[in-house]
Design a protein around this ligand. Structure first.
Ligand code: HEM
Length: 206
């Protein structure tokens, strides 16, 4: 018997934040590619790519504010952090699931609830993403936007070469992240289950 029920897992602000962020980040990668490899990529003129990249960058930064306001304002930010006691066993269980058990059709060891939404690996990935990589990318992006005005801060971080290298390395990271994350998002009970949930808010629990 298929024992399933619907659980409300993604509140509206999270869904709005997520899809603005996803579209924004894809557009930043495309325009960034054009800016960095102007001699190879020619989707826009260089000026158009820079203007678009700057505007979208500010949308993504403002939208990050929505994520912060929602998660810290409601106290739900807890769901991003693993519990020390269960951290190691849950990480091992989840690695075993993705490495072996999923191919045998075994059920996912993590059972999603609104207060315990992410499995251990998702928590680690999303904490790194939202607390380290996104802020670093936004800060270095802002500094590169007005190099002369922000010279003092650029020098505090080690100079323009360092700031630019961090921004470009993270650009490569995000390009790969978007592909891997989109693939992992297909590993629900059906390939589109997690995508639908990120639009409707409701996930089927089996
Ligand atoms: C085309 C690109 C993307 C697609 C198709 C996509 C898809 C999804 C889906 C289906 C989920 C729900 C399942 C899950 O929690 O893993 C999700 C969650 C999430 N995604 Fe994405 N995503 C994309 C881009 C991004 C980007 C660029 C970021 C960050 C830089 C991101 C960060 C997150 C985070 C943090 C969550 C958990 C949100 C929460 O519930 O608080 N996603 N994504």
């Amino acid at each position: 018997m298929d024992n399933k029920k619907l659980i409300y897992i993604h509140p509206l602000p999270v869904r709005i934040w997520h899809w603005i962020n996803a579209v924004g980040m894809v557009m930043l990668v495309v325009t960034g590619l054009q800016i960095r490899f102007a001699d190879i990529v020619s989707l826009f003129t260089l000026e158009e790519a820079i203007t678009l990249h700057n505007y979208i960058g500010f949308v993504v930064i403002g939208n990050y504010g929505l994520w912060v306001a929602f998660y810290f304002g409601t106290g739900k930010i807890k769901i991003y952090f693993p519990t020390p006691k269960t951290f190691l066993p849950n990480t091992i269980k989840q690695m075993k699931y993705y490495g072996v058990d999923i191919f045998k059709g075994d059920p996912n060891p993590h059972h999603m609830t609104p207060d315990n939404k992410f499995n251990s690996l998702q928590q680690q990935a999303y904490v790194g993403l939202m607390f380290i990589f996104m802020p670093l990318q936004m800060i270095t992006g802002l500094l590169l936007w007005r190099v002369n005005d922000f010279e003092k801060y650029i020098n505090m971080l080690g100079g323009i070469k360092i700031v630019d290298t961090i921004h470009v390395l993270l650009f490569f990271f995000f390009s790969i992240f978007i592909v891997v994350h989109s693939y992992l998002a297909t590993l629900g009970h059906t390939p589109l289950a997690h995508f639908k949930a990120m639009f409707t808010g409701f996930e089927e629990s089996h």
